[in-house]
Design a protein around this ligand. Structure first.
Ligand SMILES: NC(=O)c1ccc[n+]([C@@H]2O[C@H](COP(=O)([O-])OP(=O)(O)OC[C@H]3O[C@@H](n4cnc5c(N)ncnc54)[C@H](OP(=O)(O)O)[C@@H]3O)[C@@H](O)[C@H]2O)c1
Length: 248
């Protein structure tokens, strides 16, 4: 058994899978959560093999926008203290905004996917968080800081304000709460079929380092904030964006 327990939402793919592997490599047992059970199981098997520890990564399927399904995560934690919660599930949801009803549905979908998933998972695990020493990490987006995604930008920005409140609430118990804000990260399911060679080139050109991010870039930041060494860092937004947005 690992020394610490981490729960990573959206851990079946992309950034979340890289975070899960990183935390497992750092000695955590990791519970990955998402909606697609088959994807999660395949990832858990792959990450176990990659970190060389059988059973290091376990999967639980739950739609984190549905309060009724959170019980599955709490059950899988099985009374063990939770050292790290990484709220990474989310994404940009499109929709027909030509009517007010469509606009409402589009905004609700983006708020549900990016805010409610994080709020419900964190609230469900709050009683189980390690005191002192727990870590809550929220994955937002560069879109929260510079716009560009409409309802998605607004939803990710909402995480920042909530993180500041949560950091204040949990600070006296020595639990830290921080946001990691990724810039453009290739090699995930985020863009689906929306990415074009021109879109990729434009995003790379907007960085100072001249390349796209990869999931491991984001995982490295999450691993630091999740570590015992980061106990004096709370209520912060860490941009990991190749310099596309400076110092915010
Ligand atoms: N890639 C980028 O350029 C980029 C940039 C800035 C921020 N981000 C953010 O980084 C995070 C990870 O994205 P990614 O790039 O790794 O894309 P991804 O591969 O699409 O990962 C998103 C994950 O979230 C899970 N998820 C979505 N809705 C969920 C729900 N209701 N309940 C449970 N799990 C849910 C998905 O699994 P299921 O579909 O199986 O549920 C999937 O594993 C997202 O929050 C995204 O907004 C990405």
């Amino acid at each position: 058994m690992g020394e610490r327990l981490a729960v990573v939402s959206g851990g079946g793919t992309g950034i979340g899978a890289a975070v899960a592997l990183g935390l497992a490599t750092d000695g955590c047992d990791v519970l990955i959560v998402g909606r697609r059970g088959d994807v999660l199981l395949a990832t858990a098997e792959r990450l176990d093999a990659e970190c060389g520890r059988t059973g290091a990564v376990r999967a639980v399927s739950a739609d984190l926008t549905d309060p009724e399904q959170l019980g599955r995560v709490v059950e899988a934690v099985a009374g063990r203290p939770v050292d790290v919660v990484v709220n990474n599930a989310g994404g940009y949801l499109g929709g027909d905004t030509s009517t007010l009803a469509g606009t409402a549905a589009h905004w609700r979908a983006n708020l549900d996917a990016n805010v409610l998933t994080a709020v419900l998972l964190t609230e469900a695990l709050l009683p189980a968080l390690r005191r002192p020493g727990g870590r809550v990490i929220l994955v937002s987006s560069i879109a929260a800081q510079r716009g560009g995604g409409g309802a998605y930008s607004a939803a990710k920005a909402a995480l920042h304000g909530w993180a500041y409140d949560l950091a204040g609430q949990l600070g006296p118990e020595q639990i830290t709460v921080n946001v990691v804000s990724p810039g453009y990260v290739a090699e995930t399911e985020f863009f689906g079929d929306r990415m074009t060679p021109e879109g990729h080139a434009k995003r790379v050109a907007a960085t100072l380092v001249g390349r796209a991010g990869v999931p491991d870039d984001i995982a490295a930041a999450v691993r630091y904030l999740a570590s015992p060494a980061a106990g004096y860092v709370t209520g912060q937004v860490l941009g990991v964006n190749g310099g596309s947005v400076l110092g915010r």
